[in-house]
Design a protein around this ligand. Structure first.
Ligand code: G3H
Ligand code: 13P
Ligand code: ZN
Length: 309
């Protein structure tokens, strides 16, 4: 099966009341853990690559490993640019075989976000590639994406129809209170489902994307803390809230931090239990197994896309 776009996937997910997992990939063990889980659950999949991931692993390595994953699993897989910062990066990914790109103009004034997104959409659509855009701004920190709580802002439902119509984007990421990273809420988690509801009323049938949607699985935070790490106060989006979002207009749920936590937790545990090990295959196998188990759990218990490939 060749790489696919998310067009059909999102249509089925919207109608079926479930979501597709979009998992960030940076190396072979992460790609294998995720795709093996999807194969076991017969789930459609989005593998996403950030600017930082391209700098770390190189575009060509990631692309070839994803092609290998498709040959190995025969699953419908989308390869997506996460948080594309500008037209040039989106163009480079489109020219380099990605089937989906995000142009993240969420930090720009409304008109500039529209102009930049429209330019990417025109180039992408000419090449059979779909585009995710963003309105509203999530807080949080990850390598290439840093937004303070003061600079974050909820999506304004009044703006979404004009934005989607004028840009021609295929899906829209919105800000309803999630944030990037492992420290999402101080105190009780709250999401603005009223905004999601309003957006979906104004854009019926239109796929919505949720960034910053790791649940920061407590078992992995505990494992990291138990084996020498230090992550007090780490907290994610409760799984029940993610299931609710998936049953509404949210068709794509972005997960990176949970992969990092599973990988790091397993490696820390491995070294604590086997201080004499120095063959990378020993501890990286544990990391890959952890990711496989964690992603299966997401597919079945959070996203609901098992059996939908
Ligand atoms: O939202 C950002 C993604 O988790 C990618 O993070 O830029 O550290 O690769 P990164
Ligand atoms: P998390 O940090 O919650 O995993 O979010 C990842 C994300 O939104 C990638 O774009
Ligand atoms: Zn994101």
């Amino acid at each position: 099966m060749p790489l696919v776009t998310s067009k059909e996937m999102f249509k089925k997910a919207y109608e079926g009341g479930y979501a597709i997992g979009a998992f960030n990939v940076n190396n072979m063990e992460i790609i294998q853990g995720i795709t093996e889980a999807a194969k076991l659950e017969n789930a459609p999949l989005i593998l996403q690559v950030s600017k930082g991931a391209r700098a770390y692993a190189k575009h060509v390595y990631l692309m070839k490993m994803i092609e290998a994953a498709i040959a190995d699993t025969d699953l419908p897989i989308v390869v997506h640019l996460d948080h594309g910062p500008d037209f040039e990066t989106c163009k480079s990914c489109i020219d380099g075989g990605f089937t989906s790109v995000m142009i993240d103009g969420s930090h720009l004034p409304f008109e500039e976000n529209i102009a930049q997104t429209k330019k990417v959409v025109e180039y992408a659509h000419d090449h059979g590639v779909v585009v995710e855009a963003e309105l509203g701004r999530l807080a949080g920190v990850e390598d290439e994406v840093k937004v303070s709580a003061e600079d974050s802002s909820y999506t304004q439902p009044d703006e979404v129809v004009e934005f989607a119509t004028r840009t021609g984007c295929d899906s829209l990421a919105i800000a309803i209170g999630t944030s990037h990273g492992a420290f999402k809420f101080k105190g009780e988690p709250k999401l603005r489902f009223d905004i999601l509801e309003e957006v979906s009323k104004r854009l019926p049938g239109f796929p919505i994307v949720l960034h910053g949607a790791s649940s920061v699985i407590p078992e992995y935070v505990d494992m990291i803390n138990q084996y020498g790490g230090n992550m007090p106060g780490a907290q994610g989006v409760p799984e029940a809230m993610l299931r609710q979002a998936a049953s509404m207009a949210v068709c794509k749920i972005n997960i990176d931090s949970d992969l990092r936590l599973a990988f790091t937790g397993e490696v820390r545990k491995h070294f604590a239990e086997h201080p004499d090990h120095f063959d990378p295959r020993q501890y990286l196998s544990d990391a890959r197994d952890g990711i496989r188990g964690m992603v299966r759990h997401k597919i079945v218990n959070v996203l609901g896309c098992n059996g939908k490939a």
